[in-house]
Ligand binder design. Structure first.
Ligand SMILES: [Zn+2]
Length: 411
């Protein structure tokens, strides 16, 4: 048995203070229990790293390890407790597992890889033979580790977005790093408090170094951002603007469609989706329909033309020519006699500095570009979610680009 013991000692990366005292193969239930024992000698305090003597031994406990062949493998050990003059009695750190973990470091690393590769969390849980609670713990530890390591990164361009959660009016706010295309954090709601909380995921040094924040024209986001990232410039980009303009066109269409229908006129039937497209993305039939609409005397056609025209704003060479473009576009919109369009035009005018900032930073919305579908798939896979905390962890696990893997010591 000695060779097998030595084999496990090397595999587990144990240092000289630990020895494999027994390997118990339990053939009837396909499992292996590896018994470890401490050799004695001086101990290191887990808090202050000071050298200290032994107080006593904690009751034996076990850690799930990587399967050996097809045998479910468990490490069992009674860990000594040291008596530190400064910190009191503490259980010493073990080389094979992280603090408070029920898994060995190698199992954690493997579990993280399986979770990353599996199509969904329940599939990974089945592959790893873990229950939901344990998978949750694994994800939680990995994310905490990743966030901890992220505190030194320089983060220059961020975005804040709202995302609706489910069918009701539940919203979450999402902070993204636009340079590294990753989600930095998620909080429940879209209030000032929720946004403040979002900013807390960055250190003060990081917050002060942020150069631009791309966000929706939502007052809570703006108020919190000026407070938490005082050096950052607020940018409203084309995704935010086109969202409002599309909504305005749709309001005009709905109202006009109702009026026409009551007179038996079906000209606006089935146009809703078409009106959301940019002109160049329309197929031939769509282009013909839009030409007919524009030549008609319908208000919807005018609203659509005003929306489409605003896209030239983003093509301006610099903020000066963009400002000029805006003035003439604004005049057109205000004279349009289309209330929803006028409302958006006034809002854009109020936020003009943020719109013009785009020409200094040229940032676009990370969430709209990449994370939306990923977050959506997490949301729909998450019907069984017990809490928001769970949802947040999974977004950070899958979209946070965090350095999740534990460091495994080797001897
Ligand atoms: Zn200590």
């Amino acid at each position: 048995m000695n060779n097998l013991n030595e084999h496990y000692r090397v595999l587990l990366g144990l240092d000289e203070s630990w020895t494999v005292s027994d390997v118990d193969l339990q053939l009837e239930d396909n499992s292996v229990v590896i018994e470890l024992s401490h050799r004695g000698g001086p101990l290191t305090c887990p808090e202050c790293q000071g050298s200290c003597g032994k107080a006593d031994t904690a009751p034996p406990r076990s850690w799930r390890h990587l399967d050996t062949m097809q045998f479910k493998t468990e490490i069992r050990a009674a860990v000594p407790r040291c008596r530190c003059a400064r910190c009191g009695v503490k259980t010493v750190a073990v080389p094979w597992a992280g603090k408070h973990s029920r898994f060995t470091l190698m199992f954690e690393a493997f579990g993280i890889r399986v979770l990353q590769a599996a199509a969904n969390v329940s599939r990974a849980a089945a592959l790893l033979d873990l229950n939901w609670e344990s998978v949750h713990t694994l994800i939680e530890r990995a994310v905490a580790r990743g966030i901890d390591r992220r505190t030194l990164d320089e983060i220059k361009h961020v975005g804040i977005d709202e995302k609706s959660l489910g069918k009701g009016h539940d919203y979450v706010s999402v902070l993204t790093d636009q340079d590294h295309r990753r989600v930095l954090d998620v909080t429940k709601d879209r209030t000032i408090m929720a946004t403040d909380e979002l900013w807390q995921t960055l250190s003060e040094t990081q917050r002060n170094a942020v150069e631009s924040v791309s966000l929706d024209m939502w007052q809570a986001f703006m108020t919190s951002t000026s407070k938490n990232a005082p050096g950052a410039e607020i940018v409203h980009d084309k995704f935010h603007v086109s969202k409002y303009l599309n909504e305005a066109v749709d309001k005009v269409r709905r109202r006009e469609h109702r009026e026409l229908k009551s007179e038996g006129d079906e000209r606006l039937t089935g146009l809703r989706q078409l009106l959301l497209y940019n002109e160049e993305n329309l197929d031939e039939d769509g282009q013909v329909e839009m030409q007919i609409l524009q030549k008609s005397d319908l208000r919807t056609g005018r609203a659509w033309a005003i929306k489409e025209n605003f896209r030239h704003f983003w093509l301006s060479a610099d903020s000066e020519s963009a400002g000029e473009f805006f003035r003439s576009w604004y005049g057109w919109a205000i004279r349009s006699r289309l209330e929803p369009i006028k409302t958006v035009a006034r809002m854009l005018k109020r936020h003009l500095p943020g719109l013009l900032s785009y020409f200094r930073h040229h940032v676009t919305n990370g969430l709209a570009e990449g994370f939306n579908s990923k977050i959506q798939s997490i949301k729909s896979a998450a019907r069984g979610f017990r809490s928001f905390a769970n949802y947040r962890l999974r977004i950070l696990f899958y979209c946070g680009r965090l350095n999740l893997l534990p460091e495994i010591p080797c001897h």
